[in-house]
Design a protein around this ligand. Structure first.
Ligand code: GLC
Length: 778
């Protein structure tokens, strides 16, 4: 291929690109209010404005007709009744809520969003909303010198996306995942802008192929789509956490996951036989290495037919699953959307008979080549089909399976375009349209079908879903892993900003394939990656066919011991992590976050890619390079204590930290606390002793947090069976006061008290609810 040599950049090859001409929306000529929505007639199109809350507005532009306001696949709420003050003059219409001001200039139509202090957040000047004759729609917004851009779902590269042009088109990328490979498996057309410590968000709710351009100009950025309406929401923050709460208010939050899904997952493409899986499980037991889940990749099926087992390789899946469960291990099988074209295969027969597959407009089923060969694809855009597919999961739940792994749901097809023909039709619950429009939501809707089907079938147990593809709102159904990475140090490095940006995009439960999927891993890389994995929200070691096996014991005892220590540590930290997952389910805040989320006033945090936070008080600074045992760590405001050494470090400084292969530098903020359980065994993973490690500060300081626990697997928490403690820690020179500000719920955990341990050699007295004590009795 010539493109692989320098010939690709031969001066004579430069392409002349014709200037793209957009038609501007033009002057505003008429305003009409219907219910709570404002409709503007402009010379070249129509615009609707709605207040969703007093902090969220929605703008919808349609160049042809009155904007349609009811077609979102992502937004799950209706607009609230918001009190809006109106001022109308010749030049501008001002709409004001308590949290934002909207200035709609009329000649030409230009929209500005301001905060209550009058600061401009989002604005248009020379360019505003526009479109092209080919259907493309675009919005240009002014870009300020100190704008930093985050979110955008699953993207390679660094945290801050200023200077990038990003594309959203769900794509199966086996290779490469380079910094410039930006269309990956998930499309989350949402971002947050951080400017001088204040943040706001924009969600561009358009399911066509979309682009975000923070590269072409230094004066403005744009977001555009190949078709559909220009439909976007502005969330005014101003704190990054508020922006995310506002965005996840619109698109939903993750359900509380089953606790077992927060444990360690072991996977391989593929563990190919029942005997291999049993041996694998036994190894974990014998070595006392924690594992909660073993994944079954495509080889478990009969000829890659979903909803089947290969009876030669897996003669008795039910017994296998029951035996593993006794050992404390669950099995999660892969389920892809492609249904093998095979007239003797019941799922295919039923799908054809009941008209459940995607078809061309002329009526022919669309077939694409995937693992089973020519396959048909269920039309998940139709409620009836989702129900059919969901119900089919009784096949799995009836033999004790509680979790499903959805893959290839972009959908991936082995052809030039990597996906289904864009002219294939979707029924779309009565509004038929093409795959061009719904490609980016195919995975989301498969996730919905699977999650809801599993939930029904499990009758009161929480399902777990892992999905590769998705759209905004995917957090409502599944956790997301970042697809086919490689065993490169660069991919370990890149996984941090990737997972943090997913977290900033509302998807809290994510992680990469630990150790790297393709390419051969090595002892050091796997060890360092496992240290990071112990603290990424989703923790799964997965590797590809044809490459080195990478279970924690594959590289000898020295490495095994270190990996075991960190996998066990995951379980020691489980009470802390579970409380953070609870927070994610309630407020949409990520478990793993960039420092800027907690320290938005500290510009030094704005592009830290190689450190991350767990919650609001713990900073992880892993080693991400081979043979390196020292690294620079930036600690923001406050005083910090290194978790394993107990050494104190001053904030707002860069420190050089030493970390041998067995060390992962972890810093806890003084004045705060973390909840710690213990590791017992695979068969018994319940926390029996709960300890609150208080990182004593001798300064006057106060810290609040919520501890949450429940049975970890049922929905009984919906009926009050949980334990929720709002805790407050007041530090001062001579005493530490711990107060249970509020206790809620009726759940009785097996531990009956919380032991309090002061970390750091201080001799302050400890008071619990006013009385000197070192325990909180439950
Ligand atoms: C895809 C998935 C990978 C899986 C493989 C086989 O490449 O991303 O995780 O192992 O398919 O199913």
């Amino acid at each position: 291929m010539l493109g692989d040599t320098s010939f690709a950049i031969h001066p004579g090859k430069e392409k002349k690109v014709d200037a793209v001409v957009y038609r501007d929306i033009g002057n505003l000529v008429d305003v009409e209010k219907t219910g709570a929505a404002y409709f503007f007639q402009c010379v070249n199109g129509k615009v609707a404005i709605q207040f969703y809350t007093d902090a969220i507005i929605r703008v919808t532009m349609n160049q042809k007709q009155k904007p349609a306001l009811n077609h979102s696949k992502a937004v799950i709420v209706e607009p609230q009744l918001v009190e809006v003050e109106e001022h109308d003059t010749e030049e501008v219409l001002i709409l004001k809520s308590t949290k934002l001001e909207l200035h709609i200039e009329k000649q030409p139509c230009r929209i500005k969003v301001l905060d209550p202090q009058g600061r401009v957040l989002v604005s248009e000047d020379k360019h505003g909303m526009a479109y092209r004759e080919n259907g493309e729609v675009i919005a240009f917004k002014q870009m300020k010198e100190n704008d930093h851009f985050y979110g955008f779902g699953e993207k390679s590269g660094h945290l801050n996306k200023r200077g990038e042009r990003l594309e959203m088109w769900n794509t199966d990328v086996y290779a490469p995942h380079n910094p410039e490979t930006n269309a990956l498996y998930e499309s989350i057309p949402y971002f947050m802008t951080l400017r001088d410590g204040n943040a706001h968000g924009i969600f561009f709710d358009n399911t066509f192929r979309t682009f975000f351009d923070m590269k072409t100009s230094e004066e403005y950025y744009s977001f555009s789509a190949e078709g559909g309406q220009l439909d976007y929401y502005v969330m005014v923050g101003p704190h990054p956490k508020m922006v995310l709460e506002q965005y996840t208010y619109l698109t939903g939050r993750m359900p509380l996951p089953p606790k077992w899904s927060l444990g360690y997952h072991q996977s391989r493409y593929s563990y190919e036989t029942e005997a291999e899986v049993r041996e694998l499980a036994q190894n974990f037991i014998d070595k006392n290495i924690p594992v909660d889940v073993i994944h079954l990749d495509i080889h478990y099926m009969n000829g890659y037919r979903v909803f089947t087992f290969d009876k030669e390789r897996f003669p008795n899946p039910e017994k296998l699953i029951a035996d593993l469960k006794e050992m404390g291990i669950r099995v999660v099988p892969i389920v892809d959307p492609g249904v093998k074209k095979d007239s003797e295969y019941p799922i295919y027969q039923e799908g054809v008979r009941e008209d459940n597959f995607c078809k061309y407009i002329e009526g022919d089923i669309y077939y694409g080549e995937v693992w089973p060969g020519a396959s048909a694809f269920p039309d998940f855009t139709e409620e009836r089909v989702r129900k059919w597919w969901g119900d089919k999961h009784a096949f799995y739940t009836s033999i004790g399976i509680e979790g499903i792994w959805n893959d290839m749901n972009e959908p991936a097809v082995f052809n030039e375009t990597k996906t289904m023909d864009v002219e294939v039709m979707h029924r779309n619950d009565g509004n038929p349209t093409t795959h061009r429009e719904l490609h980016n939501v195919y995975g989301l809707l498969m996730g919905k079908a699977t999650y809801e089907g599993m939930k029904d079938n499990l009758q009161g147990k929480r399902p777990f879903l892992l999905t590769r593809a998705g759209y905004a709102g995917v957090q409502r159904y599944g956790s997301v892993w970042t697809g086919d990475n490689r065993s490169f140090w660069e991919h370990l490095q890149m996984s941090l900003p990737m997972v943090m940006n997913l977290g900033l995009s509302g998807v809290a439960f994510t992680g990469p394939d630990v150790g790297g999927f393709a390419h051969d891993t090595n002892a050091e890389l796997l060890t360092r990656w496992t240290q990071v994995g112990a603290f990424t929200p989703f923790f799964r070691n997965h590797s590809a066919i044809g490459f080195r096996y990478q279970e924690p014991w594959q590289f000898g005892e020295k490495y095994e011991a270190i990996m075991k220590k960190y996998i066990q540590m995951r379980y020691v930290w489980m009470p802390q992590l579970y409380s953070l997952f609870y927070q994610a389910s309630k407020q949409g805040l990520p478990v793993m976050r960039p420092l800027l989320m907690e320290y938005p006033d500290d510009v030094k945090t704005y592009n830290i890619n190689d450190q991350f936070m767990i919650g609001d008080n713990v900073i992880m600074a892993p080693i991400l390079n081979p043979a390196v045992t020292d690294r620079a760590v930036y600690l923001p405001e406050g005083d910090w204590v290194e978790f394993s050494t107990g050494a104190s470090y001053e904030g707002e400084k860069v420190h050089l930290i030493h970390a041998e292969l067995e060390d992962l530098p972890i810093f806890v903020r003084k004045g705060s606390a973390i909840m710690q359980g213990e590791w017992s065994s695979n068969q018994d993973k319940q926390t029996k002793t709960l300890t609150m490690n208080v990182y004593a500060s001798s300064n006057e300081e106060s810290y609040s947090f919520t501890f949450y626990d429940d049975d970890g697997e049922s929905f009984a928490y919906e009926n009050g069976e949980f334990l929720k403690l709002d805790l407050e820690i007041q530090s001062s020179a001579d005493k530490i006061e711990i107060n249970v500000v509020e206790k809620e719920g009726s759940y009785q955990p097996s531990y009956r008290e919380i032991k309090i341990e002061l970390v750091g050699a201080t001799n302050q007295s400890v008071f619990v609810n006013g009385a000197e004590s070192k325990r909180i009795t439950l």
